[in-house]
Design a protein around this ligand. Structure first.
Ligand code: 5GP
Length: 113
């Protein structure tokens, strides 16, 4: 079961976002609470709650999201960045519409908290 989220409202234009990229499959925009100088979210137009709910038929879409994220990171001038997909509440997911974080512009530590 997929529910509407704040990202559904961003996709249908009810809530504004700082858009950086758009195509027929996805939308990318700046995170409202950036965790680094560059923090962009790439979301599919298709409503998939999390990576857990992605199906085999979504393989091309998932690859597309990763590729678009990388393209955006390079366009933002990043040489290094982190790509994050929080999956499930205890992994830090707060919005239940699949999204890829592109985070960069500062040094990162590992492991993440
Ligand atoms: P999650 O914690 O689910 O992996 O990531 C959700 C992200 O969405 C968070 O980094 C949060 O700051 C961002 N976010 C939540 N609501 C909005 C919003 O209305 N606009 C934008 N641009 N980002 C949002």
């Amino acid at each position: 079961m997929t529910k509407e989220t704040i990202f559904t409202s961003i996709l249908n234009g009810k809530i504004k976002c700082d858009e950086v990229y758009s195509d027929e499959l996805c939308l990318a925009f700046r995170d409202i609470q950036p965790q680094a100088p560059t923090h962009i979210l790439v979301i599919p137009r298709k409503n998939i709650s999390s990576l857990k709910e992605a199906e085999e038929k979504d393989i091309n879409l998932l690859g597309h999201l990763l590729f678009v994220g990388s393209k955006i990171a390079k366009e933002e001038g990043l040489e290094n960045w982190r790509t994050v997909i929080n999956t499930g509440e205890t992994a830090g997911q707060t919005v239940f519409h699949l999204h890829i974080h592109i985070i960069g512009g500062r040094d990162m530590t590992w492991p993440p908290g």
